[in-house]
Design a protein around this ligand. Structure first.
Ligand code: ZN
Length: 424
């Protein structure tokens, strides 16, 4: 057997350990504090290991951002790392049918790197679309520093019912893969939640409705995917196992079903009527508007079904209604529904401001509000830069409060205490 020198063996051993996070002193010209809506000048952020601390450790490396504006790392509370754009159902089917799970995992790893470059240091990933629990593996690889990527809050394959979710429309003789984990009946749905938790998910994601349509009276409706017993069983079992539930829900049919069952967030919420907004505001149930994906799919999908253009128009009123009523709006883009490498998740800020939100509140939605929805991470509080918060920080050039588009050009990213994008 060939012998190696002790120095070489020590090098090999060190190379197999996760990268140690840096001790850092970050000097920010300006710092936006979303929790207090205040702008501070000439602020030093001290980082020891993975977290923000009160005082700089001795010998810490200095990151000079004195000509930049710093913010906490951004949170996108609705993504799909395992998807690479599906404006049409054909594009969705192609990925699920023709791409192996290992290939999809490689593309997802690249997507994670893109998100990080765009300043998104935490993602709540809401469904792997037929790729099982690959998100749990990605989360681990990113957290250990095996690959550069954001902190991931997982939900595995997400949940639907028989006949409610693609792949659909193929010959009944073919056994097609499912884009979700299906359950039917209250007991089966409880078991499905347990199976998800067994495999390491952080959240339960369910699809509350489908097949959106205009009722004869002009109102909006859809098909509720679950019976009241089924959806209650899912939410009850998830809460019993200390997991929160995110519900895809587009129209009041879905909202009534999901809110009655006690879900913790409404995803998309394109049609939020007065009754829904009142209920969500009273119970402080957040919604993720996912405007960027709606903009992305409305053109291609409207070619075969004009409902998608109508949903786009109506969703603007829903957003304004919810904002005025004080419904917590958590930043969520549905990235993966659009191609990670063609559009930036940060476009969502401009849509929110265009639809009437203040820049401060748009920034809060991707920090303070999303952090409240997710709860603390094992390594600290999210969406802030005080001692005890995770060491996730971004820097931009200029004032995003004057122009939120600046957030589409993030210059520097520190994630979990490591500089992953340097000033340029
Ligand atoms: Zn989604």
């Amino acid at each position: 057997m060939r012998r190696f020198s002790p120095a070489f063996m020590a090098f090999l051993f060190a190379a197999t350990l996760p990268l140690a996070a840096d001790s850092l002193v970050v000097k920010c010209g300006k710092l936006l504090d979303p929790a207090t809506k205040s702008v501070r000048t000439n602020v030093t952020v001290a980082i020891d290991g993975r977290g923000v601390v009160a005082a700089a450790p001795a010998g810490a490396k200095v990151l000079d951002l004195s000509t930049y504006t710093c913010l906490p790392g951004l949170i996108d509370a609705h993504t799909h790392l395992l998807l690479q754009g599906d404006a049409t159902s054909a594009e969705y089917d192609e990925q699920v049918l023709k791409e192996s799970t290992p290939y999809r995992a490689l593309r997802a790893a690249a997507a994670g790197r893109i998100a990080l470059d765009h300043g998104f240091t935490t993602l709540r990933d809401l469904g792997t679309e037929g790729a099982g629990f690959t998100d749990v593996d990605l989360k681990k690889a990113f957290a250990l520093g095996i690959l550069p990527g954001p902190r991931v809050v997982t939900s595995g394959p997400a949940m639907g019912t028989t006949g409610s979710y693609p792949l659909l429309g193929f010959s009944w003789e073919r056994k097609m893969p499912d884009g979700v984990l299906k359950c039917d009946g209250a007991d089966d749905c409880r078991k499905a939640v347990r199976y998800q938790v067994q495999n390491g998910v952080d959240w339960i994601k369910l699809y509350a409705d489908r097949s959106y349509y205009r009722a004869p009276d002009g109102g909006w409706a859809s098909i509720a995917n679950y019976t009241p017993e089924e959806i209650r069983a899912i939410v009850d079992e998830a809460h019993r196992l200390r997991k929160k539930v995110a519900a895809h829900s587009m129209t009041p049919t879905g909202h009534r079903s999901a809110l009655a069952a006690g879900v913790d967030s409404i995803e998309h919420g394109d049609i939020l009527d007065e009754e829904t907004v009142k209920a969500m505001a009273a119970r402080k149930i957040p919604y993720c508007p996912t405007i960027t994906v709606a903009d992305f799919v409305k053109g291609p999908r409207s070619k075969t079904n004009p409902i998608w253009d109508q949903l786009w128009t109506a969703s603007q009123d829903s957003f304004r209604r919810a904002y005025a009523a004080g419904v917590p709006i958590a930043f969520g883009t549905d990235a993966g529904g659009f191609d990670w490498d063609k559009r930036s998740q940060a476009e969502e800020f401009s849509f929110m401001v265009l639809w009437g939100m203040t820049p401060w509140d748009a920034i809060r939605s991707a920090t303070t509000v999303a952090a409240e929805l997710l709860g603390p991470s094992p390594d600290g509080k999210l969406g802030c830069l005080d001692p005890g918060c995770v060491a996730d920080l971004i820097a931009v050039s200029g004032d995003p409060l004057a122009n939120v588009k600046i957030l589409e050009d993030v210059k520097t990213v520190v994630a979990a205490g490591k500089i992953v994008k340097s000033p340029r």
